[in-house]
Ligand binder design. Structure first.
Ligand SMILES: *Cc1c(COP(=O)(O)O)cnc(C)c1O
Length: 377
């Protein structure tokens, strides 16, 4: 079945007792054993819960992996994935990785004994960063907000030759637009808080393993670490998945119109959107993804415009996060990327004149009117 169909039916018809169309919320901490040595398959909700299971099976199917695992937040998911490594191991990460992932690596895992090298999307950069103790490569593509594109299949080949795991954070694309496992990734992670949930109303993290063996190892850590998603939140993410295709189609349509409009605005120096013809990452991106997504970064000519725009927008909210039905505007240098050192930020163009739009599903003319008012002299 096609992606739209799988999404619309996510988690449905799993209750033979009542025939409930949607998955019930199994709000329970524990499950009764039928007899000594017997189990219904569920013992305790940290180890497994039927609502969480519905979400985990849905995301595994959507991403084309063997096992899905759901967590309380994206950072909980990434923490659990990093539990696969030992003190003394080394990872290669992309330079403009999500700020929270950078902070987790540098402030939590480095003191504990894991080391990391950060590279950009230049040919050969990953190979050059690999050390004898390197165990994995962790990328986002396209990166955000600078929009660097990695060729997932090429990175996967490099990893396979060297026995490294390839981990891809697919938050910005979602499985509707890009499925990294099909291009050779071993593990996909998501902040389900973003497009999968889609309504800025709950937090979630998801992990998909390409193989059952890797899925079993990750499940061990999911249960041991315990950063699992609760049944209600799992239900909200399932609810969000049903409209993912419609939401992203509309958000992308809006994003292209807004990107073109911004590119023609006299106060704007540069627009970074994969849907625009001048984006250098387009060729590789559209080999591995079905769409440009709905994140639009733009740089204004004058730094003094930034506080003005943030103060003047009325319909669009000045807020962190992304991927919801409502349009949000962020100032990456001070918000999402505040933990990334200035020199790395400068190298990826995340300067104090850059703003980032997470384009929602509103009427695009209303969005343009709001931005026109905010950018006016
Ligand atoms: C938001 C985000 C995360 C972290 O997810 P939370 O749900 O906020 O913990 C990780 N990666 C990317 C790309 C994100 O945008």
């Amino acid at each position: 079945m096609e992606m739209e169909t799988l999404l619309a039916q996510a988690g449905n018809r799993r209750d033979p007792l009542t025939g409930s169309i949607t998955c019930p919320v199994y709000q329970t901490a524990t499950f009764a054993h039928p007899a000594l040595g017997e189990s219904t398959g569920y013992d305790y909700t940290r180890s497994g819960n039927p609502t969480r299971k519905a979400l985990e099976e849905a995301i595994a199917q959507l991403e084309g992996g063997q096992r899905g695992l759901a967590f309380a937040t994206g950072m909980a998911a990434i923490t659990t994935v990093l539990s696969l490594f030992q003190p003394g191991d080394h990872l290669v990460l992309c330079q403009d990785i999500y700020g929270g992932t950078y902070r987790l690596m540098e402030k939590v895992f480095r003191p504990w004994g894991l080391t990391a090298t950060y590279v950009n999307a230049v040919d050969g950069a990953i190979e050059a960063a690999v050390q004898p103790n390197t165990k994995a490569v962790f990328i986002e593509t396209p990166t955000n907000p600078s929009g660097q594109v990695y060729d997932i299949a090429a990175v996967a080949r490099c990893c396979r030759q060297r026995g490294l795991l390839l981990i891809v954070d697919n938050t910005f694309m979602s499985p509707y637009l890009q499925t990294p496992i099909a291009h050779g990734a071993d593990i996909v992670v998501h902040s389900g808080t973003k497009y999968l949930g889609g309504h800025n109303d709950t937090l979630a993290g998801l992990v998909v393993a390409a193989t059952a063996e890797l899925g079993d190892r990750l499940y061990y850590y999911q249960n041991a670490v315990g950063a699992v998603i609760g049944p209600w939140d799992a239900w909200l993410i399932l609810r969000g998945l049903k409209t993912l295709a419609l939401r992203l189609d509309r958000a992308q349509e809006n994003a292209l119109v807004l990107a073109k409009w911004l590119a023609g605005h006299p106060a704007v120096e540069k627009v970074n959107y994969l849907g625009l013809d001048d984006h250098p990452g387009r060729e590789i991106h559209f080999r591995q993804a079905k769409g440009a997504g709905a994140m639009v970064a733009f740089t204004v000519k004058e730094e003094s415009k930034v506080p003005e725009v943030l103060a003047r927008i009325q319909l669009i909210s000045f807020a962190e996060s992304l991927g919801g039905v409502e349009t949000l505007l962020t100032f990456p240098a001070q918000q999402t990327h505040a933990d990334i050192p200035e020199e790395i930020r400068a190298a990826t163009g995340v300067n104090r004149r850059m703003l980032r739009l997470s384009v929602g599903i509103e009427n695009v003319q209303d969005l343009i009117a709001d931005l026109a008012g905010a950018l006016a002299d």
